[in-house]
Write a protein that binds this ligand. Structure first.
Ligand code: HEC
Length: 455
């Protein structure tokens, strides 16, 4: 069965790429397309649990590649778009979409670029506060364009329960609900959510990007910012590539090889090309979801994150490396500590990002009407009973349910691991950027960040 399906995928890819190469393909629109049902997805929860118990990383990784390979195949209505791009965006889920449309949403609801997101703006603003405290330039903080997409089942779950409406969350909270996962019967295990991260390169320009080779520039560091500059300064101690549509733009760069924008999945937007550097996937195949992350790399066969990629993943998607998290703790790392899985572009720059695990942070996805707190850097004074860290990067199951909020974790409304459901921060949050917390306490010195990953 698997062989037949892979051949089918291969044929569709070949036809689509040919059509694009010949220029004969006019984009038609955006018609929802699901991951084809197969023996690979969705896997029964018991199979997933079996992988975790056995520490079977080979199967975990094989499964993540299969799901990825299926999601990046060209959609039928518009072969320029991989399947996942036809899924619902935040504005549609929040807006009038029924999540059941089988029509072209390209002209209406579907938007590629959702525009500024207040929640992400907050994360970045706080990262800048921290970067400045560490003597770094603002540009050292990754400023990606981030786009979240929900497949039909995920969109329906959110829609049915009106989970993107703060008033509804507030009502549930008032009724004593502390976990939105409890609102329905058994969850639909076909739910998939994707988060993508892009860098924009203006026409005629270039971007020099750092390459993550698994080691921070400073030995023992627990975070690493990746550089996205126009200039040729090799100031972060990492390897670099120079990305541009034309080689000519990179000729003067001594130590960074030219990489065409085509080597990334990309799209044109006005006078620029947006290249995909990172992609996160979460599937609801187990109650804590299955997490996989993909990042662009110039050495596609690198071990261990690129050497087992199946053939079905075609260019440019085969330029992405991958890691998985099926559990907050297991399999443990060589240091004996809880499992690590992060994306160098998306989490690497955060405090303790290099020891983070998707699930541990997403387990903490929660909200409370009792006043929210600064997103990441408020209250980092080690006073764990009073501190106000929502987006804290922790390591391991135990730490994930600890409280770094201004109230016990159990009292918050858990958002089924989906951070994107958290309502935007209330007015006054801008103060976080200026070093104050909403409750008026001074923001602590970023250099005194406590270590929050107990072994
Ligand atoms: C430090 C906390 C943190 C870590 C670690 C983290 N994320 Fe997230 N993630 C977030 C936040 C916050 C959002 C919400 C972004 C938004 O609303 O657009 C998010 C959004 C997402 C989404 C979109 C769906 C949603 O509502 O959450 C996916 C999928 C996702 N992350 C996957 C991953 C994967 C895979 C990893 C590990 C490689 C990971 N995340 C690591 C905080 C984190």
């Amino acid at each position: 069965m698997r062989v037949v399906r892979l051949q089918d995928v291969g044929t569709r890819l070949a036809i689509a790429w040919m059509a694009i190469a010949l220029g004969s393909c006019t984009p038609k629109g955006v018609v929802y397309e699901p991951i084809p049902a197969s023996s690979d997805y969705p896997l029964p929860e018991s199979t997933i649990a079996g992988y975790v118990t056995a520490g079977d990383v080979v199967s975990m990784r094989r499964h993540a590649w299969q799901v990825f390979g299926a999601m990046v195949q060209p959609s039928r209505a518009n072969p320029r778009l991989p399947l996942w791009e036809t899924w619902y965006g935040k504005s549609e889920v929040k807006g009038n979409a029924t999540c059941l449309e089988d029509t072209d949403r390209g002209a209406g609801g579907w938007k590629r670029d959702p525009g500024p997101d207040p929640q992400l703006a907050e994360v970045r603003a706080e990262a800048i506060v921290r970067a400045r405290a560490l003597g770094l330039e603002d540009s050292a903080v990754f400023d990606p364009l981030e786009i979240v997409r929900y497949n039909r089942e995920a969109c329906l779950f959110i829609k049915r329960n009106q989970l993107m409406q703060e008033t509804v969350l507030s009502e549930w909270y008032g009724k004593g609900v502390r976990d939105i996962a409890a609102l329905e019967g058994p969850a639909d295990n076909r739910m998939v959510v994707v988060k993508t991260s892009w860098i924009s390169i203006n026409d005629g320009e270039r971007k020099i990007l750092s390459i993550w080779d698994g080691k921070p520039a400073v030995k023992g560091a627990t975070s690493q910012s990746l550089k996205i500059h126009n200039d040729d300064r090799n100031d972060d101690g990492l390897r670099h590539v120079c990305v541009s549509t034309s080689r000519a733009r990179c000729l003067d760069v001594a130590k960074a090889a030219w990489v065409p924008t085509d080597a990334f999945y990309h799209y044109r937007s006005g006078g620029s090309v947006n290249i995909l550097v990172g992609l996160h996937i979460a599937t609801r195949e187990q109650s804590d979801w299955v997490w996989a992350t993909f990042w662009w790399h110039d050495r596609r066969e690198s071990k261990p994150y690129g050497s087992d990629r199946p053939q079905m993943v075609r260019y440019p998607w085969n330029n992405y490396l991958m890691n998985v998290a099926y559990d907050m703790d297991f399999p443990v790392e060589p240091d004996g500590g809880p499992h690590i899985a992060f994306n160098p572009w998306l989490e690497g720059f955060q405090a303790d990002g290099l020891t983070s695990n998707c699930m541990a942070c997403h387990r903490r996805a929660s909200w409370s009407p009792n006043g929210e707190t600064c997103f990441a850097f408020a209250g980092q004074d080690g006073d764990v009973n009073h501190t106000a860290r929502i987006d804290v990067v922790v390591r391991g199951r135990e730490a994930a349910t600890g409280t770094y909020f201004n109230e016990p974790f159990e009292e918050r409304l858990k958002l089924a691991f989906l951070w994107s459901l958290r309502p935007p921060p209330p007015a006054g949050f801008e103060d976080c950027r200026n070093g104050a917390t909403p409750d008026g306490r001074a923001q602590p010195d970023a250099n005194t960040l406590p270590k929050l990953h107990p072994k």
